[in-house]
Write a protein that binds this ligand. Structure first.
Ligand code: PMP
Length: 390
């Protein structure tokens, strides 16, 4: 127990202690009721606003009325419905692959796929900024985990030459969640071909945002035929819940048989599956939401840069505003919350020391007026704490 108390005190001293949750008492839209107060949300992954779209709600209600609230079993026992099959077909067509398989979350998809595919004969080359679920999948299987510098293709090649195993996997996020930047998939597939590695992309933040009809980062780089495994989540732009993996039929058959996080868990309820199906249909048919979102994000980022903020150069709606000091990042985030704006402060260990930041994520439904208000308040508090001059 003493150790626990010491660890908690140390966290507090460093400004890294995670306080209690902020509870919403409304649906998740760009404006929410948070702890009883109307708040503009700039921290949601609900990029297209589909979480609260009436068409998804209706699809979920209809599915609940028809099938009930729970699925009653794992996919391989009694928990497979025609809806699950339809969603797997839909995802495969959307991603342009032979087949797909749904997991209960993106986290479970990464852990299940990587831990079942690789064993101690494998070397896994993983971008240093990849999501924690990729790292956890690698740690579960006894393979050699080799982390290369973020998006650094020279470092990746050097590490492949040095650490190659009899089988090799290169795995990367498509869009990095904390920086909003995009992995150089065009270069990664060339290295994979040169050294005979399998490729896997976690496109949790790319789907619905980048690529042909919003199908993601792999499509953005036009490397659909060269990426072996496309993983993603149904919980961000798609607005629902769940994870998936898409690729050749042989991979999907393999994961159905060996991915433990798929096999040993009750399947997703019909409502979530029906909502995901509807969301993908909307994403495929409504380019305007995505185009508007990307244009708005680009304009907002330029405005922040002009005001003196250090902002990563991205083409996505994720806008990291680097504050540096963890305590200042938290202080600005808290002050903004009092003004009715939620922007999370991201601190170590999620990001490296000295790069604490406010992670803004824009939604297609934010208005110009709201963004103007956010900008003014952000500038005010950043000046007050000496983050920008003025
Ligand atoms: N991969 C990435 C890049 C993510 O950002 C996340 C969610 N934070 C996940 C995987 C996990 O997805 P889920 O939330 O569906 O478990």
């Amino acid at each position: 127990m003493t150790n626990i108390h010491q660890m908690m005190s140390a966290l507090k001293e460093k400004g890294l202690y995670r306080e209690d949750f902020k509870h919403l008492s409304s649906e998740q839209a760009h404006k929410v009721e948070m702890e009883g107060k109307e708040t503009i949300l700039l921290g949601s992954n609900n990029y297209l606003g589909l979480c609260s779209d009436i068409r998804l709600k209706e699809a979920a209600i209809d599915a609940t009325v028809k099938y009930g609230v729970g699925s009653g079993g794992s996919r391989l026992t009694t928990g497979s419905y025609d809806l699950h099959r339809a969603l797997e077909r839909k995802i495969a067509d959307f991603k342009g692959t032979q087949a797909s398989l749904i997991f209960n979350t993106g986290y479970m998809a990464n852990v299940g796929v990587i831990s079942s595919l690789c064993d101690r004969k494998w070397a896994i080359f993983s971008d240093k900024n990849n999501h924690a679920s990729i790292v956890d999948g690698c740690l579960l299987n006894g393979s050699r985990l080799v982390r290369y510098k973020h998006c650094d293709m020279g470092d990746l090649e050097r590490k492949i030459i040095e650490h190659r195993g009899s089988s090799n996997l290169i795995v990367t996020d498509g869009v990095f969640s904390m920086d909003g930047d995009v992995a150089p998939l065009d270069c990664i597939v060339k290295l994979a071909k040169k050294y005979g590695a399998i490729t896997m992309v976690d496109d949790a933040h790319g789907v619905g945002v980048l690529g042909e009809k919003g199908s993601g980062t792999v499509s953005h780089f036009r490397v659909d035929d060269e990426i072996d495994i496309q993983m993603g989540t149904l919980s961000k732009a798609i607005g629902s819940i769940g994870g998936y993996v898409a690729g050749k039929q042989c991979f999907i058959d393999y994961f159905r048989n060996f991915a433990r996080s798929f096999i040993y868990s009750t399947s997703l309820p019909p409502a979530s599956i029906a909502a995901s199906l509807k969301a993908i249909e909307i994403i495929e048919n409504e380019d305007s939401k995505r185009v508007h979102l990307l244009k708005m994000a680009n304009g907002f980022k330029n405005k922040l840069t002009d005001a003196g903020f250090i902002v990563s150069d991205t083409i996505t709606p994720i806008i990291p505003v680097i504050i540096g000091d963890a305590q200042k990042a938290v202080e600005i985030s808290k002050s903004l919350l009092q003004e009715g704006i939620f922007i999370p402060a991201i601190r170590p260990p999620t990001v490296s020391n000295g790069t604490s930041r406010l992670r803004l994520s824009l939604m297609a439904t934010h208005t110009d007026y709201e963004l103007e208000y956010v900008f003014d308040k952000l500038v005010f508090h950043a000046k007050r704490l000496g983050v920008i001059e003025g």
